[in-house]
Write a protein that binds this ligand. Structure first.
Ligand code: ZN
Length: 299
């Protein structure tokens, strides 16, 4: 094996057609991996089954192909990786890091001393065990009272004190579903992903993920968060905004828009080129130094 080959990935949730925010993550992760001569993987994050829309995964993959993306290896489906997640939970359990929590969301909101950056900080009610008559709902992980920091490829130094800013967080939900934070780190490690490129909405999840990687004795990848695409009113673009989000609908060259959103200067002679050619240009010319470290508006 050659040393330190870059392996990047794109991990869409099949809850609707690929929207512009996801496409920016696809373009950014693809160009950065390819520019480094590395591999680019696709993982379908279909863990949250109630939100999964039948047919959406196939549509996303079709769109990626139509735009000129080509991925390496087999597509990973989170819905088929439950055993790997359970093994990770067991590993954490054996280290004494997990405990049952009986609290409802309402109880946590009522008792949380202060809202953290990532929502209400869990006050630790069930940390010492459940009181009589309380039934376990979710499984939480004990976080240490220390800062987890990293240097992001776009946003620079970022960190959180997990105890103060987040609190013990859920790894298995009341409905039995494994939490996103755990699935992501288990999957990235299993696929050898060492460059995580994704939207800046996940910047605040990264300290939790680094903590989980450390606890599972897994390597920590390089992180690079891309400027978040917001609607004109500042709200986050969701997949619920309708068919107009489908990048193949309408006449816009969506790859050109994504590259421009990422600060890239497309040469004049390529401005009217088809998506496939623009993506090929990005593979060889994408400049990480031009990505703006902003939370901004889409247009
Ligand atoms: Zn609790």
């Amino acid at each position: 094996m050659g040393k330190s080959t870059v392996t990047g990935r794109f991990a869409p949730s099949p809850t609707g057609p690929l929207h512009f925010g996801s496409l920016v993550a696809a373009v950014g992760s693809y160009c950065l991996a390819r520019r480094a001569g590395g591999r680019w993987l696709v993982r379908i994050e279909d863990l949250d089954t109630p939100r999964v829309v039948p047919g959406a995964a196939a549509e996303i993959l079709f769109t990626l192909e139509a735009l000129g993306f080509c991925w390496d290896g087999e597509i990973v489906w989170q819905s088929r990786r439950h055993d790997a997640y359970l093994a990770a939970l067991e590993q954490l359990q054996n280290k004494g890091l997990l405990y049952d929590c009986a609290c409802s969301r309402k109880e946590i909101l009522a008792s949380a001393p202060h809202p953290g950056e990532e929502g209400p900080v869990y006050p630790g009610t069930c940390r010492q065990g459940l009181s009589a008559g309380r039934l376990p709902r979710a499984v939480r992980v004990r976080v240490p009272d220390r800062r987890f920091s990293f240097t992001d490829g776009v946003f620079g130094q970022y960190g959180q004190n997990l105890a103060a800013d987040v609190g013990d967080f859920i790894l298995r939900r009341a409905d039995g579903m494994v939490a996103y934070q755990l699935a992501v780190v288990v999957d990235d490690a299993a696929s050898g992903v060492n460059q995580v490129v994704r939207g800046a909405d996940l910047l605040g999840s990264t300290p939790r993920q680094i903590f989980l990687l450390n606890s599972l004795d897994l390597p920590v990848p390089a992180y690079l968060h891309l400027p978040l695409v917001l609607n004109a009113d500042g709200s986050k673009i969701s997949k619920r905004n309708g068919e107009s989000d489908n990048p193949l609908a309408g006449g816009d060259n969506i790859i050109k828009k994504a590259l421009e959103w990422l600060g890239q200067e497309i040469p004049a002679e390529l401005r009217t080129a088809p998506p496939v050619e623009l993506l090929a240009w990005g593979e060889s010319c994408f400049d990480v130094g031009r990505i703006p470290a902003i939370y901004g508006n889409c247009r």
